[in-house]
Design a protein around this ligand. Structure first.
Ligand SMILES: Cc1cc2nc3c(=O)[nH]c(=O)nc-3n(C[C@H](O)[C@H](O)[C@H](O)COP(=O)(O)OP(=O)(O)OC[C@H]3O[C@@H](n4cnc5c(N)ncnc54)[C@H](O)[C@@H]3O)c2cc1C
Length: 406
């Protein structure tokens, strides 16, 4: 392993881009490979949670990040069977930004790319897809193979290529599938001029259905939760029935719903919940969804992915900048992130089994006591607010800013 080779990070999502930025600012040469030509894809979570905002605060970039267009949400509401309930608040959190910034993820990633480019150690290659790994004579991972037939050598490969990671398969890292009972239908509904956006709650559970509505300026990004494999019957019933069903669950979408011209405008997103039981092998480390695919429940996946990136940089950046062999340190990243990840996945599984499955089976016929308690006792709302906002095992940036950049 030559210490003049770059660290190659595969995947320009939240995990890969934050890791790239932190390694580069510590003086480690990184090459981030992203298979798409830009970050402008429709399916991206939009939530930047307080703990992620705090990381940007720690590296002096929070003010600039918050200049990007966003909506700040410090209180979570839920429409349940026609009534609105307040179920979480973040106003008390001990951080600089006590809210979730609802920011299209392509804006967040563009912002990080722009910051990374300030460092000569940061090399972002768009339209560059990794297809596999290369190994040296001792079997250590030594680089990546690209779709164009080239190979790139690396002193360390970081797989941040998301929940369908090619590299975790190529690295034969063992996967535990936890299962998920639902899929998501992802579509946009325009917001008619003059509409009060607060008329539509972030989450609605009603009439045996569940829809999440994310405000994105002149349109709502909507996610309907359906049972796994449930799209075929929806397709068979056609676009008219689909529109009626959505409006029955969220009446506030009625004025814009006809803009969904056909079911071609509705994307089926498959939900997965899984984790690697080993995140690394010599020369290779998996982080983010590649190490543990998160369900959309709670919108915490981006947060966990970013926290993994910070942990990886905290543990590896200074030794790499000093020319050390990273292999003996790789398992420490998993050690640090395992409990926060499995706790959050346990909460997501609980929500799958105790909320989503009963909702989809039409079994929730009255408002659960827990929801009523959260709504009536403001202090109680701080608990879900803290879990959603800061997660477990929060990381602080400890990776250094290289002397030449300070
Ligand atoms: C329907 C749905 C909605 C969700 N909504 C939210 C939400 O609102 N908030 C939230 O926090 N989380 C949400 N999540 C979870 C969240 O999307 C993930 O947890 C998060 O994106 C993980 O970040 P990541 O960087 O690990 O992976 P990703 O965001 O998946 O990024 C991986 C990147 O790698 C690139 N890539 C993949 N393969 C290759 C390759 N071979 N070569 C080069 N590049 C490659 C991809 O193009 C992508 O840019 C949602 C999940 C689902 C399924």
């Amino acid at each position: 392993m030559k210490s003049d080779l770059p660290v190659i990070i595969v995947g320009g999502g939240p995990a890969g881009m934050v890791a790239g930025l932190l390694f580069a600012r510590a003086g480690v040469h990184v090459t981030v490979l992203e298979k798409h030509a830009d970050f402008l894809r429709d399916f991206r979570g939009d939530t930047v949670h307080p703990s992620t905002l705090e990381l940007f605060n720690e590296i002096g970039l929070l003010g600039d990040l918050l200049k990007e267009p966003h909506a700040a949400i410090d209180t979570m509401t839920l429409n349940l069977m026609g009534e609105r309930f307040t179920i979480a608040t973040m106003k008390h959190l001990p951080v600089a930004a006590r809210f979730v910034a609802m920011m299209p993820q392509w804006d967040l990633l563009d912002f990080i790319a722009g910051q990374g480019k300030r460092y000569p150690t940061f090399d972002l290659r768009m339209s560059t897809e990794a297809t596999g790994l290369t190994h040296d004579d001792a079997g250590r991972v030594s680089g990546v193979m690209l779709a164009n037939g080239e190979t790139l050598s690396a002193r360390l490969v970081i797989a941040a290529d998301g929940r369908r990671s090619v590299l975790r398969d190529a690295g034969e890292l063992p996967l535990e599938d936890l299962g998920a009972p639902m899929d998501v239908l992802w579509f946009r509904v325009p917001v008619p001029a003059g509409t009060d956006m607060s008329d539509v709650a972030l989450g609605t559970i009603d009439k045996g259905g569940m829809v999440v509505v994310i405000p994105r300026g002149d349109y709502w990004q909507c996610a309907q939760i359906i049972e796994k494999g449930g799209f075929a019957p929806i397709e068979a019933r056609g676009i008219g029935a689909f529109r009626e069903r959505i409006v029955a669950i969220v009446p506030g979408l009625a004025a814009g719903i006809d803009a969904i011209a056909s079911l071609d405008d509705v994307k089926l997103l498959s939900v997965a919940l899984d984790r690697l039981t080993r995140w690394s092998r010599p020369g290779l480390l998996a982080i983010g969804d590649a190490a543990h695919a998160m369900s959309p429940v709670g919108g915490v996946g981006i947060n966990l992915a970013v926290q993994d990136a910070v942990a990886a940089a905290n543990i590896l950046a200074a030794p790499l900048a000093g020319g050390a062999d990273p292999d003996p340190l790789l398992a420490r990243v998993q050690d640090r992130r395992w409990t926060p990840t499995t706790r959050m996945q346990a909460i997501q599984r609980f929500a799958h089994q105790r909320v989503i499955e009963p909702v989809l089976r039409g079994e929730i016929t009255r408002v659960p006591l827990a929801v009523r308690l959260l709504d009536t006792i403001p202090l109680l709302r701080r608990i879900p607010g803290r879990i959603l906002g800061l997660g477990f095992g929060r990381q602080h940036v400890q990776s250094p800013l290289a002397k030449e950049f300070s």
